[in-house]
Design a protein around this ligand. Structure first.
Ligand code: ZN
Length: 241
């Protein structure tokens, strides 16, 4: 099986589609002030739009939260446990619930405004399902339209599964912080995937140690390319044993 990273076109490149959305998730884990690594930080990529926290007892702390001391953050994570999909990876800044906001313009079959967040048009979702693409967890984005109506868009919830191959990490890369999980160091320039870590039964997922990268299978790419032009690039990644 070959694997591909989803990429946005260069910012200066012309786009096929005019669609744009402004939206945020309903709930979010706060950023953290970590006494172990000394960093105050929040991630941007991990999102579980299927998770409904409207009845969660700590809900007010998950609406527009600011950075929290580590102990408070860790307690919140613990109390989220049963509300999350099995095996869900979380970090500071992880979001929950559907996207809520506004949209306008014409959207392509796949929508990748940010490289770490994938939305699909309703007809594209039907095509992916018809092709039995595995790992689809679509949640309809709640987007009010400003002018002409916009077809329904669905955010695809992505589980963190595979890993970078250790050989592509720059020499001296420190392991993640044992307390908050923060990775230090830049993303490798030449990304390789570790073969044994890749889920054979999933056609789309994130990497556990590079959560901003969305990885899709060759099967996914074949279906996506049949859907017509889109402002999404498929960059094949080497896989090493
Ligand atoms: Zn830390």
């Amino acid at each position: 099986m070959r694997f591909f990273e989803l990429r946005t076109p260069h910012y200066g490149a012309p786009r096929v589609w005019t669609g744009a959305y402004q939206a945020e998730s309903r709930w979010m884990l706060p950023g953290v002030e970590c006494p172990t690594c000394g960093e105050t930080w929040s991630g941007i990529a991990l999102a579980y739009p299927s998770v409904d926290l409207s009845e969660h007892p700590r809900r007010p702390e998950l609406e527009e939260p600011g950075p929290e001391p580590f102990a408070r953050y860790a307690r919140l994570v613990e109390q989220l446990g049963a509300w999350l999909p099995p095996g869900a990876q979380v970090e500071p800044g992880t979001t929950f619930g559907p996207l809520v906001g506004t949209a306008q313009g014409e959207f392509g079959p796949l929508v990748l405004r940010d490289p770490w967040k994938l939305l699909v048009r309703e007809d594209a979702l039907h095509a992916l399902r018809a092709a039995r693409i595995q790992g689809l967890v679509p949640i309809r984005a709640e987007l009010a339209t400003l002018n002409a109506p916009v077809p329904a868009l669905y955010e695809l919830e992505l589980a963190a599964r595979g890993r970078l191959h250790p050989s592509c990490l720059p020499a001296g890369t420190a392991p993640p912080c044992v307390a908050c999980g923060r990775m230090s160091g830049p993303m490798p320039l030449d990304i390789r995937l570790e073969a044994a870590s890749l889920p054979s039964e999933w056609d789309l997922f994130r990497l556990t140690d590079a959560v901003t990268l969305i990885i899709v299978s060759e099967r996914f790419v074949d279906v996506a390319r049949s859907l017509g032009p889109m402002d999404v690039l498929f960059h094949e990644l080497p896989v090493s044993v």
